[in-house]
Ligand binder design. Sequence first.
Ligand SMILES: N[C@@H](CCC(=O)N[C@@H](CS)C(=O)NCC(=O)O)C(=O)O
Length: 139
Amino acid sequence: MPIVLYGTITSPPVRAVLMTAEALGLKLEFREVNLVKLEHLKPEYLKINPQHTIPTLDDDGVILWDSHAIVAYLVGKYAKDDSLYPKDLAKRGLIDSRLHFDTGYAFAALREPVASSFWNILFKYLRTTINVSNNRHLN
Ligand SMILES: N[C@@H](CCC(=O)N[C@@H](CS)C(=O)NCC(=O)O)C(=O)O
């Protein structure tokens, strides 16, 4: 069974998973989820990830989302040694603190302005498209 990663290449959390897979020498089957086409809100995607975020991993039925959980899982399962995610609790604690900093502060700070302008642009586009198609009979 291939290890399947759902996402889109421009997403920073998806790239974190791709970089981790590369560091591990792991081949992933990439399945595009296009946010602009709202593919992350389709029922079949919501069935595997009700939080409708990317990335989502499917490793032979083990389904995980949130890039931080995914990278820790991949390293725990497939790394040949513990250099990327040490068993030593002090070293691991330092890595965990950085991962949580990313979740709580770094990516959160990036996500808010990007998400709000993304949705603004999308809704403007949808409104224009709907107006154009509603008014088509007037032309
Ligand atoms: N903490 C999550 C953040 C994932 C996230 O917010 N991804 C964005 C794309 S970069 C997304 O899926 N946005 C669509 C949505 O939230 O509906 C992770 O690290 O995986």
